[in-house]
Design a protein. Structure first.
Length: 587
């Protein structure tokens, strides 16, 4: 019997040290943490909220993660870990983010962000060292950004100069997650005089080996969100490190980092869907027990529309992020654009949806105590969690220089999309990070799905929506061609950012069409339910694009998705594409 066939667990193991080893199914963290709504669960919402008030990570939860050796998920299988596919990794992390984004960032994705650059360009010895640290439940801290320059890592001020067989590091690094307990650090430093791509190098450092008289450790920073996150910084005063600590080529850091970020920009937004799921579930719990105007709150049309819209958008986010995760394996020449598109679209949809959920929840949306308190915790934490290592503006800036090249293949994308990008039943090859490119290959196969799959859509209303979106692709192509070369640099004007925004929303629409064509979205057994979701998904994306489509989805489509949402809630199943059993309020 598979994990998905089993009844959800209702509590964490009575003895934390007796927690089972991680099973093969990616949802094992749900079983380890147990029902988060139980007050007596040492890894439930109440315990996480109490730890958050203390500005701490929840120690029993960290013990469970160590017992399951979560860090093995970030180590490639060839090095003894469990990292086999990016979409599996995202699903593994969703239950973790559902409980606590601070724990997800600290005990989870921080290690991934730091280690992936070593998997991209590190020497065999560096990769073995990093793998051994993670497989032993150790920590690798990423030191890429500075407070003053934010996500613009090209402007880092930490300088590195060669001095014989050693390198001297001089300057400051701030906002380093897990710095106080890290075994290794991946440090980005300036090795040139400007901001060009060859002016930066990456180093893998043994924290304990840094000479004490050359390092000053900053006290921990206090944050408004993810308050348990152990962020700190350091000053390095001509600190000597071995020249062998260089990762990859001298001056090659930007290429290494941009390759590695394609993985994290695909995986992390997908993982954050776990917290989004919880917020929708909390609001459904509330309104199902609430009566307004003489009847159940669930009978109010506005409430139904707001919650159904959130459900639709969550599935859109999952469709797009899953496609990008799988494209890392099957289309490594194209994810330089697809990954940052996900990192922009998913947090945007999440933020807008959660704002509507907060309106429905009302004053309870900011309470720090009681059965709905986890909502406000995620409300505070998710903007920080989704900003980590690259915000939306940076992601659009990454795409802008590629728009003229991409536009040459529109609308059919030039090359056909491999079916496995959209069909989870298809096997994936090993994740070959050396095949990831920082300049996309010719063509745009994901966007091409709109044109290639249009005629296969059985619903004429869906075909009309796709026609409207294809007209937007044509208009976008003309607008991109009108850009001057100076407008497609990283210092592009606002008009170029708007073009990139339109492009990523069209990519999301293409992912929805492709997902609908190649898998069951809602898993109800009724194809009409999936067709209703596609109508609503495309209509909502068209609205964001300013594309008018009349008539819009009818009440039947909204009603079908509302019933699916309630059925998922009542059956204790996730609201994402997996529809997996969850352990939220089960008995």
């Amino acid at each position: 019997m598979s994990l998905l066939d089993q009844a959800p667990a209702t509590a964490a193991p009575e003895t934390l040290d007796a927690a089972p080893e991680a099973p093969d199914a990616p949802e094992y963290l749900d079983l380890l943490f147990g029902d988060p709504t139980r007050e007596d669960n040492p890894t439930g919402f109440a315990a996480f909220l109490a730890a958050d008030e203390r500005r701490q990570l929840l120690h029993p939860a960290e013990r469970l993660l160590d017992r399951a050796n979560l860090d093995a998920e970030f180590v490639p299988a060839r090095l003894g870990g469990r990292l086999t596919s990016a979409d599996r990794l995202a699903r593994v992390l969703r239950p973790l983010f559902a409980r606590d984004a601070a724990l997800g960032l600290s005990h989870g994705t921080s290690n991934l962000i730091a280690a992936v650059t070593v998997w991209v360009a590190g020497s065999p010895e560096q990769q073995r060292r990093a793998a051994d640290v993670l497989l032993g439940n150790g920590w690798i801290a990423p030191a890429y950004t500075d407070v003053d320059t934010g996500n613009d890592i090209r402007r880092t001020r930490l300088a590195a100069t060669w001095d014989g067989d050693q390198v001297l590091l001089d300057g400051t690094k701030q906002m380093i997650n897990n710095l106080e307990r890290a075994d290794l650090l991946t440090v980005l430093a300036r090795t040139g005089t400007g901001d060009a791509s060859r002016d930066h190098s990456l180093f893998l450092l043994d924290r304990a080996a840094l000479p004490r008289d050359r390092v000053r450790w900053h006290p921990r920073y206090r944050t408004a969100g993810v308050r348990g996150l152990p962020l700190a910084g350091m000053d390095l005063d001509d600190c000597p490190v071995p020249a062998s600590s260089l990762v990859g080529e001298r001056g090659g850091a930007m290429e290494t980092v941009l390759r590695g970020f394609q993985v994290t920009r695909s995986v992390l937004p997908s993982a954050a869907i776990g917290a989004w799921d919880v917020q929708l579930r909390v609001v459904l719990d509330f309104i199902r027990s609430r009566r307004l105007y003489g009847g159940p709150a669930t009978d109010l049309p506005l409430v139904q529309r707001q919650l159904t819209g959130t459900f639709v958008d969550l599935l859109v986010a999952d469709a797009m992020s899953t496609a990008s995760c799988r494209a890392l394996h099957l289309l490594p020449g194209h994810t330089a654009c697809y990954a940052p598109a996900v990192k922009y679209v998913v947090p945007t949809l999440l933020a807008d949806s959660v704002e509507e959920l907060a309106v429905v929840l009302g004053a309870r949306s900011f309470l720090r105590d009681g059965p709905h308190a986890v909502f406000q915790k995620h409300l505070r934490d998710l903007p920080v969690a989704t900003l980590v290592h690259s915000g939306g503006t940076v992601c659009l800036a990454t795409i802008i220089p590629q728009l003229p090249r991409l536009a040459r293949s529109w609308p059919d994308g030039g090359t056909e999309l491999p079916v496995g990008v959209l069909d989870p039943a298809q096997p994936l090859p090993e994740l070959a990070l050396d095949r990831l490119r920082i300049v996309p290959a010719s063509g745009d196969p994901l966007l091409g799905v709109l044109a290639r799959e249009r005629d296969g859509l059985p619903d004429p209303r869906a075909r009309l929506l796709v026609d409207a979106l294809l007209a937007e692709v044509t208009a976008l192509r003309a607008d991109v061609r009108a850009l001057r070369p100076a407008q497609t640099t990283l210092l592009a004007p606002p008009v170029a950012f708007d073009l990139a925004r339109r492009y990523v929303l069209l990519l999301a629409a293409a992912a929805c069409v492709g997902t609908y064509r190649h898998r069951s979205v809602l898993r109800t057994g009724d194809p009409q339910d999936d067709a209703a979701w596609l109508l609503l998904a495309l209509a909502r994306l068209a609205h964001r694009l300013g594309v008018a489509v009349e008539p819009g989805p009818d009440d039947d489509a909204w009603g079908a998705l509302w019933r699916c949402l309630l059925a998922r809630h009542d059956a204790a199943r996730a609201f994402d594409l997996t529809a997996r059993p969850v352990v939220h309020g089960t008995t």
